[in-house]
Design a protein around this ligand. Structure first.
Ligand code: TXA
Ligand code: MG
Length: 339
């Protein structure tokens, strides 16, 4: 596909918002880095983010909103979260907050977690786009997986240099990013409980010292829990454990199992539900977290285990299998459980 290069004038903003409403991917400037935006309520649009980036895992995404009132539609604010929002929004601070029940968000955005990462960007172009779009935009940095975050529209377009030209519908050009460094990610503490201060998950555009000064106490850091823990906070293995046992690559269903199907090959008619009867990986990714939740509920009600049909390990299938592998891994329990 040809990636449109839109200027940040009224026409460009209108077209960018229209494309997003139609489920397209539009890269847009924030003050930190360019984000790869999609309608955060649209499962298929969000699945396409992972496809365009070639991300091998479903790392949860930051939700971008225009103002605090809108943020309250998606997240529950404790008094400490409220203080941080007042002090640093709009700006380069992302807060990890409890997901508001019934929030209109694709479960792929939170990767099925009970928390949502949310921020109000300061860039005027980003805020104009959010207002024109009228909803929340899910946006990781607009680079191919494993490549450097882009801070100009040219970086976004430069496919050789790790950009996404040819893989997304448009980039909205707002010039170079003022901060040029991703947002600081913070999980606010539980108010009124000693020792439960805010934790820093990723250093970034807002210095830790500024946050400590605003809160009046020091921050703690959310240490990796496993020796092989990935750097990305949302990827901690403990975040991904369903209640029921899960078995991947199931070509047969045992008596004590219920089957989550994929595709139309023989045996799939035994499936309770199917990630994609047509064998479409984009559709399967869009369905994954909701269907895993439904399978887990059904399995726990009946004391069964979950079997999942083989999913091809290419394209979005790699991210799906990564998620399933985590779900199938032995659970830490008791004293071994991560905090
Ligand atoms: O400055 C930024 O933060 C840029 C601009 C576009 O806003 N975005 C960005 O997104 O850097 P990304 O996807 O590259 O990094 C987001 C980080 C990931 O490490 C992810 O694991 C973490 O945020 N994250 C998102 N949701 C989370 C959640 N519910 N719990 C824990 N971590 C979360
Ligand atoms: Mg990134």
């Amino acid at each position: 596909m040809d990636t449109l290069h839109l200027s940040a004038d009224p026409d460009g903003l209108r077209l960018a918002a229209q494309l997003l409403q139609d489920g397209a991917l539009v890269a847009f400037p924030t003050e930190t880095v360019y984000g790869l935006g999609a309608d955060a309520s649209d499962d298929t649009a969000v699945a396409r983010i992972y496809q365009a980036k070639g991300r091998p895992s479903f790392n949860p995404l930051i939700v971008h909103v225009a103002d605090l009132e809108q943020a309250r539609d998606y997240a529950v604010f404790s008094p400490e979260a409220e203080r941080l929002a007042q002090a640093f929004w709009p700006g380069a601070l992302t807060l990890i907050l409890p997901l508001k029940p019934g929030a209109a968000l694709s479960s792929l955005v939170t990767a099925g977690l009970p928390d949502v990462a949310i921020r109000i960007p300061q860039s005027p172009v980003a805020r104009d786009l959010l207002r024109a779009f009228g909803g929340a935009l899910a946006a990781p940095s607009a680079n191919a997986s494993g490549r450097v975050s882009p801070t100009t529209a040219a970086h976004v377009l430069d496919a050789q240099g790790g950009g996404l030209g040819g893989r997304i519908e448009a980039v909205l050009d707002g010039g170079p990013c003022a901060v040029g460094l991703e947002s600081t990610i913070l999980r606010p503490g539980e108010d009124g409980r000693d020792g439960h201060s805010a934790r820093i998950l990723r250093p970034g555009g807002i210095p830790v010292e500024a946050i400590e000064a605003a809160l009046g106490h020091p921050l703690m850091s959310e240490a990796p829990v496993a020796a092989d823990a990935p750097a990305a906070p949302g990827q901690l293995a403990s975040h991904y454990a369903p209640g029921a046992a899960l078995r991947m690559d199931a070509t047969t269903v045992r008596a004590d199992e219920i089957l989550l199907g994929f595709g139309a090959r023989s045996g799939q008619d035994a499936a309770l539900i199917n990630l994609s009867p047509a064998g479409d990986l984009l559709e399967a990714a869009a369905n994954l977290f909701d269907m895993l939740r439904r399978m887990d509920e059904a399995a726990q009600r009946s004391g069964a285990a979950i079997a999942v049909a083989p999913v091809p390990d290419r394209g979005l299938g790699r991210a799906i299998n990564d998620r399933l592998r985590r779900a199938a891994a032995p659970r830490p329990s008791g004293d071994d459980a991560p905090a």
